[in-house]
Design a protein around this ligand. Structure first.
Ligand code: ADP
Ligand code: MG
Length: 355
C-alpha cells in the first residue's frame, strides 16, 4: 500500500497557543492565587485579604496595601513577559524575587476575566482596568478600554472571575468547589505562616467570618498556633542551620518527638517562595522515623535561603518542584540539625523526669 501523503503543518492560532500555555501554568485556582499572593508580598504589602467564591472558580479576589502599580504601566501589565522585577537575562540568577517572570497576570488574563484596581502613593486617585487575552478591554460594550480613575485606597486589588470560562475541558475537571477551597486555604495558610509582618485573611464571598485570620504583629509561632492550633504549636522547637560552603541558611519550627500526626505537614519555603520538594520531604520523614512511633509523622516549617545563583529559577513554571546545587549536602546538614534537636529534647525530658 502506498503511504498516505503527509498533511501540511500549520501553526495554531495565537489565541489557542496562549490559552494552552496559560492552562499549563494555571492548572487550578490555587496556582493563580499563589502568584497573586507573591505579587502582593513583592509589592511590600503588610495586609492581604483574600475573598473566594465557588472554590475560586467563580471569584478570586485579593486586596493588598502594597506600593501599587503606576497607571502608565497598566496598558502592558498583562502582556506576556512584562515585569518590574528583572530586566536582563543575567538578572535571572541574582534577583531576590523569582517565579513567573512576568507570566502570571498574562496567563490569568487568557483564561479568566481579570480586573485590577490600584493606587500608588503618588497618585491622587485609584485606577481601574479590565483585561482579556493580555490586553486592556472595556468593561461595557461601547466604552473605552482605557483605565478609569476612581476613588480608592493605596495598594492593589486583583479580581479574577470565571476562571477557565473559555477552557471547558479544564473547567469540567473540577469535581467540587470545597476541594478547591481547601487547597486555597492551604496555600494562604502557608504564606500566612511564612510572611511575618503581614496580616492575612481568607474568607468565602459573603461570609461574615474569615477561615484564616492572622494579624500583622503575630510572630511565626503565633501564626502557626492560629492556623494549625495549639496541639501543634505547643510541641514545636526552633531549627537553625547554615553552611557557608553550600551557600545556604535555614530557619524553621519543627515538631518534637512528643508530637505525631497521621500525615507529614511540610511548609517549605525557598527564598520566600512556597515550593514542593519530594526529596526534602522524604529525608525529613526518614530523620523523624527513629524518633516517632511507627506511623507517626511530623510538622515541619522550613524557610531556606539559598544563594539565588544556586537555585534553578529558570525551571518552567509548570514544574512545582524546585532544584538547587548541592541538594544532598544541604539536606544532610538540615537533617543533622533536626536529629540534634530531637535528641536534645528527648534527653532534657528524661533528665527532668529522673530528677
Ligand atoms: P512578575 O511577578 O514575574 O513580575 P506578574 O505577571 O506576576 O509577573 O506581574 C507583572 C508585574 O505587575 C509585576 O512585575 C509588578 O510590577 C506588577 N504587579 C502585579 N501585582 C502587583 C501588586 N499586587 N502590587 C504591585 N504591583 C503588582
Ligand atoms: Mg508575579
Amino acid at each position: 500500500l502506498p503511504l498516505p501523503a503527509p498533511r501540511r503543518i500549520k501553526a495554531l492560532a495565537q489565541d489557542v497557543v496562549n490559552k494552552i500555555a496559560a492552562g499549563e501554568i494555571i492548572v487550578a485556582p490555587e496556582h493563580a492565587l499563589k502568584e497573586l499572593i507573591e505579587n502582593a508580598v513583592d509589592a511590600g504589602s503588610t495586609s492581604l485579604e483574600v475573598v473566594v467564591k465557588d472554590g475560586g472558580l467563580k471569584l478570586l479576589q485579593i486586596t493588598d496595601n502594597g506600593h501599587g502599580i503606576d497607571a502608565k504601566d497598566l496598558a502592558i501589565l498583562c502582556e506576556r513577559f512584562t515585569t518590574s522585577k528583572l530586566k536582563a537575562f543575567e538578572d535571572l540568577s541574582s534577583i531576590g524575587t523569582y517565579g513567573f517572570r512576568g507570566e502570571a497576570l498574562a496567563s490569568i488574563s487568557h483564561i479568566a476575566h481579570l480586573s485590577v484596581t490600584t493606587r500608588t502613593k503618588e497618585s491622587s486617585c485609584a485606577w481601574r482596568a479590565h483585561y482579556a487575552d493580555g490586553k486592556l478591554v472595556s468593561s461595557k460594550p461601547g466604552q473605552s478600554a482605557e483605565p478609569k480613575p476612581i476613588a480608592g485606597r493605596g495598594g492593589t486589588q486583583i479580581t479574577v472571575e470565571d476562571l477557565f470560562y473559555n477552557v471547558p475541558s479544564r473547567r469540567r475537571a473540577f469535581r467540587s468547589a470545597s476541594e478547591e477551597y481547601a487547597k486555597i486555604l492551604d496555600m494562604v495558610a502557608r504564606y500566612a505562616v511564612h510572611c511575618a509582618g503581614v496580616s492575612f485573611s481568607c474568607k468565602k464571598y459573603g461570609a461574615s467570618t474569615a477561615d484564616i485570620s492572622v494579624p500583622t504583629a503575630a510572630g511565626t509561632l503565633d501564626r502557626i498556633r492560629q492556623i494549625h492550633k495549639a496541639t501543634v504549636a505547643n510541641e514545636l522547637v526552633t531549627l537553625h542551620a547554615e553552611n557557608e560552603r553550600w551557600g545556604f541558611k535555614c530557619e524553621g519550627w519543627i515538631s518534637s518527638a512528643n508530637y505525631s500526626a497521621k500525615r507529614t505537614t511540610l511548609l517549605l519555603f525557598i527564598n520566600h517562595r512556597s515550593v514542593e520538594s519530594t526529596i526534602i520531604k522524604k529525608a525529613v520523614e526518614q530523620t523523624y522515623a527513629t524518633f516517632l512511633p511507627k506511623s507517626g509523622r511530623p510538622f515541619v516549617y522550613l524557610s531556606l535561603d539559598i544563594e539565588p545563583a544556586r537555585v534553578d529559577v529558570n525551571v518552567h513554571p509548570t514544574k512545582r518542584e524546585v532544584h538547587f546545587l548541592n541538594e544532598d549536602e544541604i539536606i544532610a546538614v538540615i537533617c543533622d540539625e533536626i536529629r540534634n534537636s530531637l535528641s536534645k529534647v528527648d534527653t532534657s525530658r528524661s533528665f527532668m523526669t529522673q530528677s
